[in-house]
Design a protein around this ligand. Sequence first.
Ligand code: 16G
Length: 261
Amino acid sequence: MADAAEEIFAAVRAAANNGAPLYLQLKKSIEDAVRRGIIGPGDALPSERDIAARADVSRVTVRKAVQDLVKGGILVQRHGSGTFVAPRVERVEQSLSLLTSFTEDMARRGMTVRSEWLDRGVYAPSPEEMMVLGLSSSDMVARISRLRIANDTPLAIERASLSSSVLPDPGAVGTSLYATLEKTGHRPVRAVQRISATNLGEADARLLAVPAGSASLNIERISYLATGKAIEFTRSIYRGDTYDFVAELRLASPSEQSGAR
Ligand code: 16G
């Protein structure tokens, strides 16, 4: 990083006299260095103090530039260990014909999984939850919302609602919701999924560590028990730069063709 740092800082010092806000110049220099591969994915940035001294700018300027780059998904900050160039994200291919859980999907790829809890609790159901899950206004709904992270990269935000009759205690969910449901014989066996394209708002983009407005996929999954009862209604937001959903198609039989019209 020594030569790379020198290149970044020289550009900033040179710009000090041209009137452009220094934090923008520093931001651009770091961005350029990442784009040109002078500093690569996972590389550590020098400390705030070091950058300030060598680029001859204030620490406030450094902090502002770095914060903007973190917001934009170019850099990541890890508490206690510093600031790094965001790791390169591998695309994940996901079959649309198998009813699997996030934990299973990632384990199959040899990726580690963890989740950050955004919410979990038991609530009175919304009209939509009542309709989808077949609940009455006196029933309760368990909600669990998680940021799903694989190999330290946030991939998706999942907000699941389940009838509290199948998940009375959302606190019982560890890494995997489906593993918890499996234990009580409530693992879904069938699901209908609806996928649409969208652009991320500020808050979701921050959670997923990508720039606001980035492409993403909205996925709604309604899952059913073998009895036909809907038990899970999950709204997920997947990063558009990481997921390829793959469906296998076959030629429809004549009766299916007429049914499809
Ligand atoms: C998947 C499902 C989600 C389900 C979760 C359970 C999609 C779009 N969503 O991510 O509906 O709640 O798996 O995963 O595939 P878990 O057992 O690891 O908690």
